[in-house]
Design a binder for this molecule. Structure first.
Ligand code: PGA
Length: 250
């Protein structure tokens, strides 16, 4: 145990692995069990809102992240916004990161680029580290990488309008999310270089879309890749730990 701690201090993970649990698991007990199993340096755990507090209480090494927030940020932290959660509330719960603009929210909740921009501005101003998700649908990628670049460029321009502080970008081609069909790492690298060109070379970029222990190395072996946003595989403790073990050696 002691040796493990020492080794971890000497060899901290250089990449960031974000666990996006989405609307899972079903109980706080399960959430806490999963969080304990995934509690490692260099990991950000993003549970659903109802489990944020319980999970935070158990984390010793990993950071806490939320999966969304609302853009209105009154000084009191409150306001007449039914169902919404403010940046202040998240910070008080101990969240350091927030995922914004995930394609599932764009699709199911109708989030527009303008709404996402307002969320990014509010989160960044409030002091949360933003993980902004961008990525093209299959119909666009079928036209080639040039079309994908134009699509993502438009998202970045709109989502990052008036944002001055650094933001982490998660490049998630929509067709690769939850499908078991990840992007080709060389295509992701092309996209990531392009994203850095648009958002600034110092911006940090994650890849997301069917990341597993089988493929994580092929994406994160590039120095341009800052890390990964992991959905399905982050719900399986053993598989997630395998991913961490692999990434630690990179
Ligand atoms: P996936 O999800 O790893 O299950 O493809 C990634 C994501 O939606 O962030």
């Amino acid at each position: 145990m002691l040796f493990g701690d020492l080794r971890e201090k000497m060899n901290p993970m250089k990449k960031l692995i974000v666990a996006n649990w989405k609307m899972n698991p079903q109980t706080e007990q399960q959430a806490i069990r999963l969080a304990r199993a995934e509690d490692q340096k260099g990991v950000v755990i993003c549970p659903p809102f109802p489990f944020l507090d319980g999970v935070k209480g158990k984390l010793k090494k990993a950071d806490l992240g939320a999966q969304d927030l609302f853009w209105e940020d009154p000084p009191t932290g409150g306001g007449p916004y039914t169902g919404e959660v403010s940046v202040l509330m998240l910070k008080r719960l101990g969240a350091r990161y927030v995922i914004i603009g995930h394609s599932e929210r764009r699709r199911w909740l109708g989030e527009t680029d303008e709404m996402i921009n307002r969320k990014v501005v509010s989160a960044a101003r409030g002091g949360l580290k933003v993980i902004l998700c961008v990525g093209e649908p299959l119909s666009v990628r079928k036209k080639g990488l040039y079309a994908a670049k134009q699509f993502v460029k438009s998202q970045l321009r709109k989502n990052l309008k008036s944002v001055r502080s650094p933001v982490i970008i998660a490049y998630e081609p929509i067709w690769a999310i939850g499908t078991g069909k990840p992007d080709r790492p060389e295509d992701t690298l092309t996209m990531v270089r392009f994203i850095k060109g648009v958002a600034g070379s110092s911006c940090r970029v994650l890849y997301g879309g069917s990341v597993t222990s089988q493929n994580v190395k092929s994406f994160l072996c590039y120095k341009e890749m800052y890390g990964a946003l992991v959905g399905g595989a982050s719900l399986k403790a053993q598989e997630f730990r395998k991913i961490i073990t692999i990434v630690k050696k990179l």
